[in-house]
Design a protein around this ligand. Structure first.
Ligand code: PEP
Ligand code: MG
Length: 538
């Protein structure tokens, strides 16, 4: 028995035989040609064939995994049509008098290297896409077409890396899990695996000679166990059955409305920390994203993310959600979320200190950069903006003034954005609860951050595990604050949701619905369970 670990791209347990992915022979010879015109003709014919394959793949993906994920094959069509890419191939053929296969492979490598060296994570991810389209073009030039991996029994697929087109072409009923030696949890392939509901691990240091061996993929722990002993196998079989039973029951909730028996509808959204989490929301049939913690973009960087970098990230999430609601919370750092390059002073009481909106309203250029990025991305989806840690009316008014200023800057350059973009605030301080009537007049929605609201209402540090005895997640003061917020919001036509952890607490779902909550946003894996509770309510 041998263990190998990597990063989990999607949870779940799979038990089965390993099949190493068969890829086309990559040997491409450089051949001298004399007839440049007919080589170019051959290239154009192969390109047409590749384009029609991509169109067919788009249709297949549309059917299997939905529009948001199918879009990658439209992107591939656009990349294949890109002027720079095509000019590079044609120039190599003409200037070096070489075969089209060699020119395509060289261009593919050059473009992939260029993308891979870019700072922007999204652009780096495009390296795999340009390699993918180049391999397709080469395969079509060689008359081979796409790889055939036709399995006769369900297998655990092991590969060095998987391109999105390879992933989607696989017969998903025949794949128990994906394990790749390279790859990132943010790649389209990882997103596709989540959407297809297939456990996936990336960056696993698994040897090459594993084809045909029995293995267990533990997507919870990011582990592959090869040749498991009997005890381990039995333990995982039980675990797998339990997982499957749970999923079976909850799967029945997919596609159903979140509505009580008496007809009250509640929106169920997912909380995400980055683009890699969108798949979880879609997989669990979330109606959208109720909290995108944008600070994770800043936390995963070594310097302030540029407006362009943020724009690309927000746009990508918006496009993956394909028109579903996407509420992006502006930067919420300080307290437990420290970032070196912000160079924040050490504080006596960080939870009560320089954090969240207080930083944004002080370091205005950091805030304006984010606001412009958010507005620009709003042209690509149903984005709403939410401000955290509000305690006063003037803070909201200043945020709105700065948002208007950002809009004016974009207008001056004719940059499109959603003119009627919704704006909301987090209600996570007792001060905000007590003046909720006044705040409600300023915004379109409230989202109650119960994690901080509990901390500040009960004066209990949410980070301190020694206070457990005093901590009551269902403290009546917190529940009363939630009711007050809902009532105040509704008096002013402002819808009210919960995006703190309490929103997913099954013991409180009924209580919140009875209080009149309009939306609950939670970790995506809790969505279907909550839907079931609401649908079972009278
Ligand atoms: C909250 O405070 O409840 C919340 C959702 O925000 P965070 O947990 O990111 O502080
Ligand atoms: Mg909070």
């Amino acid at each position: 028995m041998e263990n190998f670990t990597g990063k989990a791209a999607y949870q779940g347990i799979a038990i089965g035989k390993i099949a190493e992915m068969v890829k086309a022979d990559g040997a491409i010879r450089r051949e001298h040609i004399d007839d440049i015109a007919s080589e170019l003709e051959r290239l154009h014919a192969a390109k047409e064939q590749a384009l029609s394959e991509l169109k067919a793949l788009y249709q297949k993906a549309l059917k299997d995994v939905g529009e948001a994920h199918a879009e990658i094959f439209e992107v591939h069509q656009m990349m294949l049509d890109d002027d720079d890419y095509n000019e590079s191939i044609e120039e190599i053929i003409k200037e070096q008098k070489v075969n089209a296969e060699y020119a395509v492979a060289t261009t593919g490598d050059n473009f992939a290297d260029m993308f891979a060296s870019m700072e922007d994570e999204y652009m780096r991810g495009r390296a795999a896409d340009v390699k993918d389209i180049s391999s397709r073009l080469v395969a079509d030039l060689m008359g081979g077409g796409a790889d055939a991996n036709n399995f006769t029994e369900p297998i655990i697929l092991v590969a060095d890396d998987l391109a999105p087109s390879e992933t989607v072409q696989l017969d998903k009923d025949m794949v128990l899990a994906f394990v790749t030696r390279a790859g990132s949890t943010n790649s389209h392939t990882a997103i596709l695996a989540r959407t297809m509901n297939i456990p996936a691990l990336v960056q696993v240091d698994i040897p090459k000679d594993v084809d045909g061996k029995l293995a267990i993929v533990d997507g919870m722990k990011g582990k592959v166990i090869i040749d498991p002993d009997e005890d381990t196998l039995a333990k995982y079989q039980v675990l797998q059955e339990k997982e499957e039973e749970k999923r079976r029951l909850l799967d029945e909730m997919k596609g159903k409305e979140t509505v009580t028996k008496s007809g009250r509808h509640v929106h169920l959204y997912g909380n995400i920390g980055g683009v890699g989490d969108v798949g979880y929301v879609l997989e669990n049939d979330g109606e959208g994203v109720g909290l995108f913690r944008s600070e994770f973009l800043y936390l995963s960087d070594t310097d302030y993310p540029s407006e362009e970098k943020q724009f690309q990230a927000y746009k990508q999430v918006a496009e993956l959600l394909a028109g579903k609601q996407l509420i992006i919370r502006t930067l919420d750092i300080g307290a437990d979320k420290q970032i070196d390059y912000f160079k924040l002073d050490k504080e006596e009481n960080p939870a009560l200190g320089f954090r969240a909106i207080r930083i944004c309203l002080t370091r205005e250029e950091v805030f304006m950069t984010q606001l412009r990025a958010l507005l620009r991305a709003s042209a690509y989806g149903n984005i709403a903006i939410m401000f955290p840690m509000i305690i006063s009316k003037w803070e909201v008014e200043t945020c709105l003034k700065m948002l208007n200023q950002a809009k004016a800057e974009l207008d001056a350059h004719d940059v499109p954005y959603k003119k009627d973009i919704s704006v909301g605030i987090m209600i996570e301080t007792p001060a905000a609860v007590l003046i909720a009537d006044e705040l409600a007049e300023l915004v379109d929605f409230f989202s109650i951050g119960t994690n901080d609201l509990t901390q500040y209402t009960c004066a209990i540090d949410r980070q301190n595990q020694h206070l457990e005895r005093f901590f009551d997640a269902h403290h009546p003061a917190v529940l009363k604050a939630i009711q007050m917020t809902i009532d105040a919001g509704h008096r002013h036509n402002t819808w009210v949701g919960i995006c703190g952890e309490l929103g997913a607490d099954p013991e409180l779902t009924e209580v919140f619905v009875k209080m009149g909550i309009d939306e609950l946003s939670m970790s995506p894996t809790s969505i279907l369970r909550t839907r079931k509770i609401i649908r079972d309510m009278d």
